[in-house]
Design a protein around this ligand. Structure first.
Ligand SMILES: [Zn+2]
Length: 165
């Protein structure tokens, strides 16, 4: 007589997920060695920095090192920072604006720089506006040259006609 055969099979319970208590408790014991700093930043967000070995806080937030960290911050604030690198000028956007071809190159370079995100829209607008003004000036200069040439031809023609008479 085998009792094992008669014993009803008890359906195995699915493993219960461990949902006991809030898992994201900020007050973990230091011995738990969290992988993230438990402190909050000044913005109220979790710091998330790698904590010191066996501690719940990173160097910046560890109470024992708070003074030292504060001193470091003050020193950093008083250390002159390297001057910020200015927005690199697009090489094609610089050069002579003497001829329509010069201006076309600058316009082309400016649009290219804008599309590549090397310059912002305000800067591109300013350059393109400058190109418009330059193009108008080039046009006016070209018109004046043509006009003078025509006047010169006309004067020369009148002289020739005058001599012929
Ligand atoms: Zn921290």
């Amino acid at each position: 007589m085998s009792s094992a055969d008669k014993a009803p099979m008890t359906p195995k319970k699915p493993p219960q997920p461990a949902t006991e208590g809030p898992s994201s408790s900020p007050s973990l014991p230091a011995s738990h060695a969290p992988t993230r700093c438990q402190a909050l930043t000044r913005a109220g967000k979790p710091c998330g920095a790698t904590p010191m070995r066996g501690e719940a806080w990173c160097y910046q937030h560890h109470p024992d090192y708070a003074e030292q960290a504060q001193a470091d911050r003050i020193r950093a604030a008083h250390t002159p920072k390297a001057p910020r690198v200015k927005q690199a000028p697009p090489p094609a956007a610089y050069g002579a604006l003497q001829t329509p071809e010069d201006i076309r190159k600058v316009v082309e370079g400016t649009i290219g720089s804008l599309l590549r995100g090397q310059i912002d829209r305000g800067r591109a607008n300013a350059i393109l506006y400058g190109c418009q003004v330059a193009l108008r000036a080039v046009d006016v200069a070209a018109f004046e040259r043509r006009l003078k040439a025509l006047e010169g031809e006309q004067a020369a023609g009148q002289k020739r006609r005058g001599k012929a008479r």
